[in-house]
Design a protein around this ligand. Structure first.
Ligand SMILES: C[S@@+](CC[C@H](N)C(=O)[O-])C[C@H]1O[C@@H](n2cnc3c(N)ncnc32)[C@H](O)[C@@H]1O
Length: 259
């Protein structure tokens, strides 16, 4: 039996330690302990994940990934960039008359994506191994960008969206599908406390949407969940201001949102 007050005391100590500045002098002073993702580690982690991703986390993504792609409203011939394409579960969901480029850091994940392209005889997509925060693409070279379950995986989410803004056309759409820290104090507390555990398995649980878009001048057109108990949100962004869509078939809670 634990003495009364053990768990509140332990959690208080753990939370305080987690938020201490990192001892590593090369990290920014504001980086709390345990929050950082790092690309070399991530790449290795997802090489391992590639063996069982589709049967585990990947099995849970289909419905919201299809809905996120629908929000791009891809027209025939348009160019779409899928950053962090992973094992390519999204590829078959794009219209076959679109031109899709999938980028990922992990060779293992890309191999699975390539197997799908070959196996399904898909010719509308190309795959490139690169860091999504520093891509080789020219400014304004894509009509749309998809960031599906990736923004909490990279070491600098704000930099990732800055890169999206650079490569998408001013008329284009960026859709981010991800979990963001809950505004509920209780849920948000546990998401912050458990963050170091999630970082170990490949993503952050403490990321806020505000942190991602801060200072970029991106316009959050609307964001929503497919159901109120869903952990993941679909966030629709534009580099230029745009009239809000008529919220016809959006789930409850969707609408233009001030960030
Ligand atoms: C959770 S998986 C999501 C895969 C896919 N988008 C999906 O929704 O199923 C995250 C993916 O992001 C990739 N990734 C992580 N950091 C990256 C980076 N800096 N540049 C490119 N890809 C990255 C990982 O290798 C992994 O394939």
């Amino acid at each position: 039996m634990c003495p009364a007050g053990f768990w509140p005391g332990f959690l208080g100590w753990y939370f305080a330690r987690m938020n201490e500045p990192a001892a590593n002098a090369t990290e920014p002073e504001s980086t709390p302990r345990g929050r950082k993702m790092s690309e070399p580690e991530t790449s290795a982690q997802y090489d391992v994940w590639s063996g069982f991703y589709d049967r585990t986390f990947g099995a849970l993504v289909h419905r919201r990934q299809s809905r996120a792609i629908a929000e791009l409203d891809v027209k025939p011939g348009e160019r779409v960039l899928d950053l962090g394409v992973g094992t390519g579960l999204s590829l078959i969901k794009y219209p076959p008359d679109a031109k899709v480029v999938g980028v990922d850091l992990s060779a293992g994940m890309l191999k699975k994506a390539d197997d799908k392209l070959q196996g399904d005889g898909l010719h509308h997509a190309d795959l490139i191994q690169a860091d999504a925060m520093h891509t080789p693409f020219a400014d304004d070279s894509f009509d749309h960008v998809m960031v599906s379950h990736v923004i909490s995986v990279v070491s600098d989410p704000n930099r990732l969206l800055e890169e999206c803004k650079r490569i998408v056309k001013p008329t284009g759409t960026i859709v981010v599908l991800n979990h963001f820290q809950s505004p509920s104090p209780v849920v948000g507390f546990f998401e912050r406390v458990l963050n170091p555990v999630f970082v170990k398995i490949g993503w952050r649980s403490d990321l806020t949407l505000q942190e991602c878009v801060r200072g970029l001048g991106l316009h959050v057109l609307y964001h929503f969940k497919l159901s109120w108990i869903d952990f993941w949100q679909i966030v629709v962004l534009s580099p230029t201001p745009r009239a809000p869509l008529p919220a016809t078939d959006l789930p409850r809670g969707a609408g233009p949102t001030a960030i």
